[in-house]
Design a protein around this ligand. Structure first.
Ligand code: SDX
Length: 429
């Protein structure tokens, strides 16, 4: 970052100078680290709408222009030309890999896909109808009980091993969470398959017959993983960073991120969006539903975003994937896809949404595609968590390796009771 002309702040009878820093892209930042010491005042920004929590080189979003870059590469180009595992390398290392680097990375990840035999017993403690996100939150947190040899966060090599283990094992754990929920036997990873083919086979293969991965589905799944890989300082990534700032081990931090992602305002929106489309049912009922949204009866799930005040570039790619997958394995005239397209068209021509800059986000079309692939709605956020693990761990690594890093400890605006003395119960009321 570079310094630009400082800002002056006058508070009561004090005037202080605040340094202003400029990044390579995006808004400048006012450095307020000395504000409290010099003015005895805090800034106030619930929801962090105007707060940069860190310096990062990983992902850039221009919400007004609908731009998303990973290490400078546009999401549309990565989705079209790259692979999820190559994007993992890019997010972790900052550059696209040379052929030999990629081959070594792919081999490393492939060799870490298995789970400790004892780990499988963990699943049997859950009810079969447990939400798979509950299973993921518990199972991923439990990984730290199995990998004591890579918990020293100050050791570069151990940080790398933890990152590789998490990226490699998330598909195996996610597939087991799915198999457990449908009462089918677990399927072990098969190293000769690609990362995404392996995941699909672990989800949908059964011992009774050969399973051949559909290449159209594998390509769409890999692209969906790319679209969900990282997204700047969103709620779950900020959760991972805050948990990591205390020195917690990476497995515990990722489990915290999974828990946060589960919320319907965040990663849980893909499940809610499909449930919403099912509730609407037909294109003819869209107008009635939109009227209910405008009357504040409910929100349009999969629409709106804290940062994007334009079309989420990931939603564009997701919509194309829906077309491809429905043509390959689903119903090209899938009624829910027709409802979604009608809903988008009605919303984007209605001033309620236009004035609030509400557009489809990554979650609006993803459910239709995942459902056509054979996933139940309860697995949608699990797939989001699987893909986002690389973004979480890349951001966690960046924070740990930042020499200015310290434990995150926000303050507050206190509006509670002033000091008062205890009153015995016999004297109250
Ligand atoms: C993700 O941060 C990330 O990057 C997240 C994510 C990632 O990759 O990590 O992109 C993934 O979480 C995508 C978002 C998924 N969530 C949803 O689709 C749930 C529905 N969307 C919203 O609840 C909402 O849009 C948020 C939570 C996403 C953003 O909300 P904000 O920025 O806090 O905005 P807001 O709630 O203050 O809304 C501003 C106005 C309000 O109207 P007024 O009170 O000003 O009149 O817009 C309205 C809101 O009522 N509004 C909506 C709406 N979203 C906002 N009205 C109807 N439907 C919606 N979806």
């Amino acid at each position: 970052m570079t310094q630009t002309s400082p800002a002056q702040l006058t508070l009561g009878d004090k005037t202080i100078t605040l340094p202003v820093s400029k990044g390579t892209l995006g808004p400048d930042v006012l450095d307020i680290r000395k504000l409290y010491a010099e003015t005895d005042a805090f800034t106030y920004d619930p929801g962090f709408t105007s707060t940069a929590s860190c310096e990062s080189k990983i992902t850039f979003i221009d919400g007004d222009a609908g731009v998303l870059l990973h290490r400078g590469y546009p999401i549309g180009q990565l989705a079209e030309k790259s692979s999820f595992l190559e994007v993992c390398y890019l997010l972790l290392h900052g550059e696209l890999p040379q052929a030999a680097e990629y081959e070594q990375f792919e081999t490393t990840i492939t060799r870490h896909t298995m789970l400790h035999e004892q780990f499988d017993r963990f699943f049997s403690g859950f009810r079969r109808d447990a939400h798979p996100m509950a299973v993921m939150t518990g199972a991923v947190g439990a990984l730290s009980a199995f990998y004591h040899d890579s918990l020293d966060i100050h050791d570069l090599r151990q940080r790398e091993i933890s990152a590789h283990r998490l990226i490699a094992k998330m598909p195996t754990i996610a597939a087991r969470a799915f198999k457990y929920s449908v009462g089918q036997p677990f399927v072990h990873p098969l190293n000769k398959l690609s990362y995404t083919e392996n995941f699909l086979r672990m989800c949908f293969a059964v011992p009774a017959e050969e399973y051949v991965v559909n290449p159209v589905v594998a390509k769409a799944m890999d692209r969906i993983f790319i679209l969900h890989a990282d997204h700047e300082q969103n709620a779950s990534t900020s959760t991972v960073r805050l948990a990591g700032s205390s020195g917690a081990n990476p497995f515990a931090c990722i489990a915290a991120g999974i828990a946060c992602l589960w919320g319907p305002s965040h990663g849980g929106a893909n499940e809610e969006a499909l449930n919403m489309l099912k509730e609407i049912g037909t294109p003819e009922r869209v107008k009635e539903f939109v009227a209910g949204v405008k009357d504040r009866k409910y929100r349009l799930m999969g629409f709106g975003h804290r940062v994007y005040k334009n079309y989420d570039p990931r939603a564009t790619v997701m919509k194309q994937s829906a077309d491809e997958v429905l043509a390959a394995v689903g119903d090209p005239n899938d009624p829910l896809f027709q409802v979604a397209k009608e809903l988008e068209q009605v919303a984007l021509s209605d001033d309620f949404f236009i004035s609030r800059k509400l557009y489809p986000n990554v979650d609006f079309y993803s459910g239709i595609t995942l459902s056509a692939m054979g996933f139940p709605t309860t697995m949608f956020t699990v797939l989001f968590a699987l893909a986002r693990t690389v973004g979480w761990i890349a951001q966690w690594k960046e924070m740990i390796e930042d020499p200015s890093q310290k434990i995150g400890r926000p303050r507050q605006l206190y509006t509670g009771a002033t000091q008062r003395d205890y009153v015995p119960i016999s004297s109250r009321g």
